[in-house]
Design a protein around this ligand. Structure first.
Ligand code: AMP
Ligand code: MG
Length: 317
């Protein structure tokens, strides 16, 4: 198992040596390595068993540093960065040559984010390279939102996990790219579409199947528990099946054992629901049940991203 601690210096030393470290972010925990070191990047793909066609997001702590890795930051991107960085927003920008092709899966854009977790920002400020960091889970499984989630699945493959507590947002970043005048959302995430539209006007949302333009549809199944998951409207949930666990939005089912239910937010707060989503899915996945039924959450604010994750979790490969 990995050592879990709060020592930024230890994390930094492993990263400088080209080793991988579990890192906290406000979205989900990341499996981080030096983004400019091909060997480190390769071991990220190997550790996660992530296919090489699925590019990585690089993380740094200032727009000045971002300029070292991209050839241009379009005006709209600058406006979004000024409003939402640090935060759960990833921008697709034209890459400079110093970013290895492995990071971008050969694409000419690189995904960049300035996260807002204070411990990670401190670590990034002490590094003279950016961190490539996909979610710290085996490819396709539920993303981790605590250090112990990371340890449970990747702990025997990495030396250290920096413990920054529960992830505040709980779902991955919103990925935004630019084509001509168009602003395109490639992945729904922790920054709500309406917050973006308030600042820059109308955005286009691409088909939810994949955020990777080179692999349309290939990532349809993702974020998936081991127990098969199905989505239903509340009215269609009967709740009389002892071999089923339930992930509900804002209220419990009256006739079902509470141990077999999780309610994402009793106040119907979509932020709280996003925060709890992956941890609750993991808990239900450990129960001796044959299926998980998840309720659709309301389609506004972070509800779009929550339903997107659940929908993909429901696709079995
Ligand atoms: P993860 O870090 O595991 O949440 O995944 C990162 C996501 O960013 C993946 O779904 C990638 O497909 C997406 N991504 C990274 N770089 C690019 C890029 N240059 N163009 C489009 N999507 C990207
Ligand atoms: Mg992931």
């Amino acid at each position: 198992m990995a050592e879990i601690g709060q020592d930024i210096r230890i994390a930094k030393e492993f990263l400088i040596k080209g080793e991988l470290v579990g890192i906290p972010t406000e979205t989900v925990y990341g499996l981080a390595g030096n983004a400019l070191n091909e060997r480190a990047v390769l071991s990220i793909f190997e550790t996660k068993k992530r296919p090489a066609f699925d590019p990585l997001i690089i993380h740094t702590d200032s727009v000045e540093k971002v300029q070292n890795f991209v050839t241009d930051i379009p005006e709209t991107a600058q406006i979004l960065a000024a409003n939402f960085w640090p935060g759960p927003l990833t921008l697709l920008l034209p890459k400079k040559k110093n970013v290895p092709d492995l990071v971008t899966s050969g694409l000419d854009t690189v995904a960049v984010r300035i996260p807002r977790h204070p411990m990670l920002l401190e670590l990034l400020s002490q590094l003279d390279f950016p961190l490539a960091a996909p979610s710290a889970n085996p490819f396709g499984y539920i993303s981790p939102t605590t250090a112990s989630h990371v340890n449970a699945q990747l702990g025997d493959q990495i030396p250290y996990i920096l413990d920054g507590g529960d992830c505040e947002v709980g779902i991955e970043s919103t990925i935004v790219g630019f084509e001509g005048e168009e602003i395109i959302i490639y992945r729904l995430g922790g920054l709500a579409v309406q917050d973006i539209e308030e600042i820059v006007g109308h955005v286009k949302i691409t088909a939810a199947s994949s955020s990777n333009p080179k692999a349309p549809g290939m990532l349809k199944s993702h974020y998936a528990p081991l127990v098969p998951l199905e989505m239903r409207r509340k009215a269609d949930i009967v709740g009389n099946d002892a071999s089923t666990a339930y992930l509900l939005f804002d209220s419990y089912l009256p006739y079902v054992d509470r141990n077999y239910q999780r309610v994402l937010s009793e106040n119907g707060d979509l932020r709280e629901a996003a925060h709890n989503l992956f941890a609750f899915l993991r808990e239900l996945d450990r129960l001796p049940v044959k299926s998980i039924i998840a309720e659709w959450v309301p389609m506004h604010g972070l509800g779009l991203a929550i339903n997107d994750r659940l929908k993909r979790a429901s696709v079995q490969e």
